[in-house]
Each structure stands twice: as C-alpha cells, then as structure tokens.
Design a protein around this ligand. Structure first.
Ligand SMILES: *[C@@H]1O[C@H](CO)[C@@H](O)[C@H](O)[C@H]1NC(C)=O
Ligand SMILES: [Cu+2]
Length: 239
C-alpha cells in the first residue's frame, strides 16, 4: 500500500511529542556562546540536555523501490545521541541504513526530501531536499566533529541543506549496511518528511548533487505516522 499524503494529524502527534520534550529544556545560560537560529544551532544553545536527548523518540523509514526499481528496498533508523566533542555537548542524530537490491559497488545519493508524500511512483512527490533555511546551497555532509566545532564557534549557519546526507555505497552483493552520526539532522524537523535514495552518486554539485533518478523512497516516522501517511504539503509548508 502506498501511504497517502496530507495526513497532517499523524505528523502533528509525533511532532508535538518531540516539541514538548524540547520545550522542557533549560534556558541557555546568560553569556553562553551565541549560535544561530537554525535547528542545529538551537540544539547547541542548550535546547536539550542529555536526559531529554535520550528521551526523544527514534524514527524509522521503510524504503520502497520506485517504478522499475522494485527490487530495491530497505530501512533507515534515526536515533538521538548525546555527544561531546571539542568541548561542545549536543544532541546529535545516529542514522542507520540497510538497503538491498542495488547494483554492486555503487554510490547512491541519500537525502531527506521535503514532503512525506510517496504517492508518485517515480519518487517526485517528495519534493526537493529538505532545508529549514531558504536559499541554502546543496552540499555533502561533514564529519560530526567538524559540524560541532563550526557551530560552537561560528554560529552554525549550516553550509548546506539539512537533508544532504551524502551517499550510501553498496557492497559486491548490492547491499548497504551503514551507520553514522549526523550533526545537522534534527529529529523533530524531519519527522513526517521522506528519504530518497538516488540512482547515481551525489557529487556535491549544484543544485542537487547530480544524483539522478529516484530509486527508492520512504516516509520518516514512527509506526503510526507511516500507517497514516507522512507530512504532506500543507503541514510541511506550515512549519
Ligand atoms: C540493519 O541490520 C542490522 C543487522 O541485521 C540490524 O541489527 C539493524 O536493526 C538494521 N537496522 C535497520 C535500520 O534496518
Ligand atoms: Cu535527493
């Protein structure tokens, strides 16, 4: 079954849960480093402590092959991790991906796209790369340590879309089993959006990394949000 778009209520339930967890966080101490108002910057501004970070609900997405790519499938999990690096402590996101049915030894652009809308079988109803900051260029993800250092010292403007997660690389059997940390993906902003895995490698070029057609797609959420459909266009435009 293809989940239907525009089920804002389901996204709102999970989004509200995440917002409540974040809202109970202590205020940033006076005199603390000024950081940007991007979601990631807000994290570094003391929006979450270790306990609240650990209580954020993990998110999952089931990837389904697009038309003509039905052999491709997999799952992606997002979970919060409290991390300290270079004197900065923050709630970062661990991302784990298992994919099968890919060509052997190839790289595939791996992104969060704006809408939790997988109605179109070519993957295009998911819209473009998710970014909370208008006009942000495309890019490849930096190491978690680089992001934490940058944001602590320079205000965390963010050099690219939060949805730019780089590439997944298949092994000789056409399988991906990968996990890593991401310093820009913020759980409460990506819930109800979508994952797109592309046919070609994301080379970091503008505007979308030259990653080609959309091979597989899936809505990011908990079980309830995926059953109801994701963050449709109306909700995504509102937040
Ligand atoms: C990926 O596969 C490993 C090994 O089977 C499993 O432990 C893990 O839960 C899987 N993760 C996802 C996101 O599917
Ligand atoms: Cu993409």
């Amino acid at each position: 079954m293809i989940p239907r778009p525009l089920h804002a209520a389901a996204a709102a339930v999970i989004g509200a849960t995440l917002a409540v967890v974040a809202a109970g966080a202590p205020a940033r101490p006076a005199g603390a480093a000024v950081v940007s108002d991007t979601p990631w910057g807000a994290r570094l501004a003391g929006a979450l402590d270790a306990a609240r970070c650990g209580s954020l609900p993990p998110l999952t997405a089931t990837l389904v092959g697009t038309a003509g790519n039905e052999a491709v499938g997999g799952s992606v999990a997002f979970s919060p991790v409290w991390m300290t690096a270079g004197g900065t402590a923050a709630c970062v996101t661990r991302i784990e991906a298992n994919v099968s049915g890919l060509p052997p030894a190839t790289a595939h652009g791996f992104h969060i796209h704006t809408f939790g809308d997988v109605a179109r079988r070519d993957g295009k109803s998911a819209g473009g790369h998710y970014s909370s900051v208008p006009g942000m260029p495309h890019g490849l993800p930096e190491s978690i340590f680089a992001v934490m250092a940058e944001d602590a010292t320079e205000g965390g403007s963010g050099a690219h879309h939060e949805g730019d997660m780089g590439n997944l690389e298949s092994n000789a059997a056409g399988v991906v089993a990968w996990a890593g940390f991401n310093g820009r993906v913020v759980l409460e902003r990506v819930v109800g959006r979508s994952i797109i895995l592309h046919a070609a490698m994301d080379d970091g070029g503008q505007p979308t990394g030259n990653a080609g057609a959309r091979l597989a797609q899936g809505i990011i959420g908990g079980v309830a949000i995926m059953a109801a459909g994701g963050r449709g266009r109306a909700l995504a435009a509102a937040v």
